[in-house]
Design a protein around this ligand. Structure first.
Ligand SMILES: Cc1cc2nc3c(=O)[nH]c(=O)nc-3n(C[C@H](O)[C@H](O)[C@H](O)COP(=O)(O)O)c2cc1C
Length: 198
């Protein structure tokens, strides 16, 4: 069983993202979305810099998002076809809720930007977990839109960038497990380097 909500441990062991294009309603209420964001903000953060932002895009703003994406696509790919533009409409309208996760590192600080970016990734993970704990599924995607300057500047301030579009909703079909790495391939006991004396 995926996304087993019977216990904290069961959820952690079975959590599975949903595909944003396969998400239906009902989405989180305003209160639930605030709860999800509050949990996401409760994230390890060296230096207490809060190097992340959560930008919500309401259902009533999806048409504006689509307009932005059409403009961005024209710049990203001047040869984009009508079918490509249709994908932008689908992207903008999919799933009941959308949070744009923004990486907002403090430059020139003694805490390295790398650590601040790690904290942003952790905030994204917490956001997903919170959504799942409330009985929704989340889906974190990037793609060309996350790296496009017009889209970036629509969501981010100077020095910030898009870490992901996190869609939230209910799966409209049964989720399937995806391949997971064998633990032996990703976890090992440390082998100390052979440091010869003298
Ligand atoms: C930073 C980041 C960016 C991602 N971007 C995409 C993407 O653009 N398209 C996509 O299909 N999946 C993308 N994924 C992967 C999806 O989130 C995928 O559904 C996820 O790995 C499913 O794994 P899970 O069930 O363990 O959450 C991205 C994941 C991360 C962490």
């Amino acid at each position: 069983m995926l996304n087993d909500l019977s216990s904290t441990l069961a959820l952690l062991e079975t959590r599975r993202s949903g595909k944003p294009r396969e998400m239906a309603g009902p989405g989180p209420t305003d209160d639930e979305l605030q709860q999800i964001l509050a949990i996401a903000a409760r994230t390890p953060d060296h230096g207490k810099l809060n190097p992340w932002r959560f930008v919500t895009v309401g259902r009533d703003q999806r048409d504006d998002l689509a307009v932005l994406l059409h403009l961005a696509l024209n710049e990203h790919d001047p040869c984009a076809t009508a079918a490509h533009h249709e994908k932008e409409d689908e992207f903008a309208q999919q799933a009941p809720a959308l949070v744009v996760l923004v990486s907002a590192p403090v430059q020139g600080h003694k805490i390295p930007v790398w650590e601040q970016e790690l904290s942003c990734g952790a905030a994204g993970m917490n956001l997903l977990l919170a959504a799942h704990a409330l009985g929704f599924v989340g889906g974190w995607i990037t793609g060309w839109r996350a790296y496009n300057e017009r889209v970036r500047s629509a969501f981010c301030g100077d020095g910030e960038r898009i870490a992901g579009f996190i869609f939230i909703g209910k799966p409209d079909r049964e989720l399937e497990e995806r391949p997971r790495p064998a633990l032996a391939d990703v976890a090992r006991r440390w082998s100390p380097p052979n440091i010869s004396e003298g």
